[in-house]
Design a protein around this ligand. Sequence first.
Ligand SMILES: Cc1cc2nc3c(=O)[nH]c(=O)nc-3n(C[C@H](O)[C@H](O)[C@H](O)COP(=O)(O)O)c2cc1C
Length: 230
Amino acid sequence: MDLAFGQFHPGIVQTEDMNQDDEKLEEALEESFPASDPISSLSVVEPPTKKRVAVVIGSLRKGAYSRMTANALVELAPDTLSLEIVEILDLTLFNQDLEENPPAAWAEFRKQIKERDAVIFVTPEYNRGVPPSMKNAVDIGSRPPKESIWDGMPGTVISTSPGPLGGISANYALRQSLGNVNIFVMSQPNVALGGVDKLFDENGKMVNEGTRKFLTSYLETFAQWIDRVG
Ligand SMILES: Cc1cc2nc3c(=O)[nH]c(=O)nc-3n(C[C@H](O)[C@H](O)[C@H](O)COP(=O)(O)O)c2cc1C
């Protein structure tokens, strides 16, 4: 028996989390609306599922502040988003000669991104630019051109630095490449986290309350952006 989500007849309580399993729902509906009841022929539309968001980190080192920032984003994500870090450590340097028979790590990375609805790039700044590992990941995802994993995907960029400018040059440099691969990058808020080394405790947990609040609201805005352009 099928019922449309949002079309429940009075008498069926629609809870916010909709945890009822199918069987219980089925029983409840059977009691309220015997099979002969015309309402039983309505079709079920599942409640909206969480949007899956890839988080790509531009630093390969273990103790990276950008990774700590990414972990904080995963923790602070609103109920509507599920954030998962997609690793780029194993991606060899892009080489067009390998395109016909791509390394397994390239294929796995492309698959992981394709399974997501949106992407957040968290990048440090190297010499006023994007770290090569991050640029490499963007390039690998963009090829072959007709199979680019990025085309039309909603995205956003956070740059980080212990310095006061928060890696803003890397932020804009990355945005330039993302525009070229047709990622729909959220313009505002544009986050450049300065003094990033002071935001975490000894276990790498983000403890700066102001930043936590800001990132929480930032992620809510990004969720709206995904709905608008995704
Ligand atoms: C090769 C290299 C170049 C760097 N250039 C910059 C820079 O241009 N601007 C900046 O703010 N920090 C720069 N830094 C310092 C990084 O911001 C700092 O090492 C930071 O912790 C790296 O990010 P991570 O902690 O996520 O690995 C550079 C670091 C390296 C290793």
